[in-house]
Write a protein that binds this ligand. Structure first.
Ligand SMILES: [Zn+2]
Length: 679
């Protein structure tokens, strides 16, 4: 029996991968990596070619085998797959630690760094080596045996905790739904939301309408349903997922997982000689110190707060004046905000939706890329995928050379993790046999799918999200670096990684681009001038409030990791409350357990790093301001961004790349201006 995971001759064979293939393939691949590394270490002299390149090759094989498994676990999960996936985590964690704490390997890298060969290596190769040496230190290579063993235990447990956290959120999201049979209860909801809810009910062989906690189902209820009890009920279910509160209280509860995660992260940082986990996190980031991060966040918070307070006051008096609303509750904000936006700017998300049918938006996105970077994107038929809705595309440059490919999986569905993200299927690198491996990406979103015989019609928010993820995608795919460790997003400091993604969002707000990103799904007519004007005018509606919300999450994350002592002395909810008291203008109800589904920091890579979004937005806004000065489709500016940022991957420090593109260090003014916040 051949195992499809082991066939690396082409793209992954998703439809052939079964849960029983997973553990044998991954364990065998890990064993092969260990044997290879041990063999390589038996040489007397180490060089790039004799050590680093063959390690990269074997590690790449492991990555390419694990990638489809981890991806399928996120997008077409089932119990058997999840079990097989989770069963590999200890071995993967153990392998990571085995490499990271391998003193012989560390010494071999140091020997190469100190050798005369080092100066002759390319800048990318040098960065791979210095970065590896840094990571050995961060993995505790210098610790004594007892501490190394403890480090390994902690790492492995943290990996399990992250996975359980994610599983709980997915199960809690799936574990609640609202079935409604009386249309009178759904007054206010737009046609699109009703249609989707009806379709969902039919798929479950139910009458009426079914709503879930997936964003495309949940958000319209909060935004449009006149039925206040329904809004409250859904808000409560959503914001108490995976907690001890709400309709599924205690089921899938992440509270203890959060406490244990924080405790172990502190222990890990101390073990490595850091003051706290925030300091450990910064050791591999662009920001230099906790003071710098805290100062940055507080400064932005102080600048945004007065305007955010004004946003709230305006909303409250509007709701009271026009709707005799009493005191606004958390489940009222989206509802009255939408009404206020409609009245002020004569615009609603639903009005825009018919102008953003999937095919026009996707084609428009490719057109933007083509104008900016002279690239062509074409669909490739017949590629094996994990779901019938997934499509596959190739990107070629001006000279016709393949640069990369991607899977596009746009719609929300059950058993698919929420949110939107880009992930690597394989990276760009030159293989040992000198052939070129091209990068392949997964672009995953959770948008509203087609309803009935209408095509999928996106909200403008969804369009922005698509551009965001595609920005990550081209960072991964357009790299010209051929060393896997620093090609694409690899080796890019985490707080700079959101630069290309947030950067590309800007084109969703440019009339010149909107003229071809949009087109009515029946008539093809682009967004009418008035709608366009209104949409642009509404761009910064409540932007200070949104800015403050992001800052609240960032400060909560960073300060918690900086100050956490133990679960006794640091109560996470109390910490969050205190952060809110300091920076927020809105206090959510006491049952709200937002943190229990905050996967970015408890199950993703953003721990003590959520600030990265704002940090990188300074870079992306300032980078875009050069396009504002020189023309948003200025080809020279586009080429400069391509060559100085996108192609360079992690081969140089982000500040160096930014300065090469912008001609100076970043300034915060553009971000404030784009967000409509007075400097
Ligand atoms: Zn992103």
């Amino acid at each position: 029996m051949t195992n499809p995971i082991n066939d690396l001759s082409g793209l992954p064979q998703f439809s052939a991968i079964k849960p029983e293939h997973i553990q044998p393939a991954i364990e065998e691949a890990i064993a092969a990596c260990k044997t290879k590394i041990s063999d390589l270490l038996s040489q007397d002299n180490y060089s790039w070619d004799s050590l680093v390149a063959p390690i990269e090759e074997i590690d790449d094989e492991l990555s390419r085998k694990w990638s489809p498994v981890s991806h399928m676990n996120s997008v077409v999960s089932n119990d058997a797959l999840r079990e097989a996936h989770d069963a590999c985590l200890p071995a993967l964690s153990e392998y990571g630690t085995w490499v990271g704490q391998n003193a012989d390997l560390y010494n071999a890298y140091c020997q190469i760094e100190a050798s005369s060969e080092f100066a002759d290596l390319s800048e990318a190769q040098q960065k791979v080596i210095t970065q590896a040496i840094r990571d050995f230190k961060l993995s505790g290579v210098a610790l004594n045996e007892d501490k190394k063993a403890r480090y390994a235990e902690v790492k492995s447990r943290l990996s399990d905790l992250g996975s359980t956290f994610s599983n709980n959120v997915m199960d809690a999201t799936l574990g609640w739904q609202k079935h409604i049979t009386d249309i009178a209860e759904l007054a206010g909801l737009p046609e699109s939301a009703l249609g989707a809810a009806k379709q969902l009910a039919e798929s479950k062989e139910l009458d009426g309408w079914v709503f879930t906690l997936d964003i495309p189902s949940y958000l319209p209820v909060l935004t449009y349903a006149d039925n206040r009890e329904l809004r409250e009920e859904m808000y409560r279910a959503y914001t108490t997922r995976a907690s001890e509160q709400g309709p599924n209280a205690g089921k899938w509860d992440n509270t203890e997982i959060i406490n244990e995660t924080l405790t172990l992260r502190q222990e890990l940082s101390k073990l490595l000689g850091f003051e706290h986990f925030a300091e450990y996190s910064l050791a591999s980031k662009m920001a230099n110190s906790s003071e710098q991060v805290n100062g940055f966040l507080l400064d932005l918070a102080n600048r945004s707060k007065p305007q955010a307070q004004q946003d709230i006051d305006t909303l409250t008096s509007y709701a009271q004046e026009h709707f005799q609303a009493g005191e606004l509750q958390a489940w009222d904000f989206a509802y009255y905000s939408e009404k206020l936006k409609e009245q002020t700017y004569k615009i609603s998300d639903e009005q825009l939706r018919p102008y953003f049918p999937e095919s026009t938006v996707v084609k428009g996105l490719f057109e933007v890329i083509s104008r900016l970077y002279k690239l062509t994107v074409t669909e490739r038929e017949g590629v094996d995928t994990w779901h019938k809705d997934v499509r596959f595309y190739d990107i070629k440059d001006e000279s016709g050379e393949l640069r990369g490919s991607f899977y596009l999986d746009l719609y929300a569905r059950e058993k698919k993790r929420g949110g939107a993200w880009m992930d690597e299927c394989q990276v760009r690198r030159q293989k040992l046999d000198s052939t070129q491996q091209y990068p392949v990406a997964y672009l995953t979103c959770n948008f509203s799918g087609p309803v009935g015989d209408k095509p999928a019609l996106f909200t403008h928010d969804e369009v922005v999200t698509l551009f965001h993820e595609f920005g990550h995608g081209i960072h991964h795919m357009l790299t010209k670096i051929n060393v896997g460790g620093v090609s694409g997003i690899n080796g890019v400091a985490w707080d700079a990684v959101e630069l290309p993604s947030q950067f590309l969002e800007n084109w969703c707000w440019q009339p010149e681009a909107l003229s071809f990103i949009s087109g009515h799904y029946e008539t093809g007519e682009p967004l009418p001038q008035t709608l366009l004007d209104n949409m642009l005018a509404a761009r910064n509606f409540q932007s200070a409030m949104q800015m403050l919300r992001q800052l609240e999450f960032s400060i909560f994350d960073f300060s918690l990791h900086e100050n956490f002592i133990d679960a006794e002395q640091t109560n996470v909810q109390a910490w969050l409350d205190q952060v809110r008291e300091q920076v927020a203008v809105l206090t959510p109800p006491s049952f709200n357990r937002f943190q229990n589904s905050f996967g970015h920091i408890f199950a993703g890579g953003y721990a003590a790093g959520y600030y990265s979004y704002k940090w990188a937005e300074v870079l992306s806004s300032d980078a875009f301001s050069r396009f504002e000065e020189e023309g948003i489709f200025n080809q020279q500016t586009g080429q400069d961004f391509l060559h100085n940022i996108l192609e360079m991957g992690g081969s140089k420090e982000p500040m160096e790349l930014f300065v090469a593109f912008r001609g100076r260090e970043p300034e915060v003014d553009a971000l404030l201006r784009h967000s409509g916040i007075a400097a």
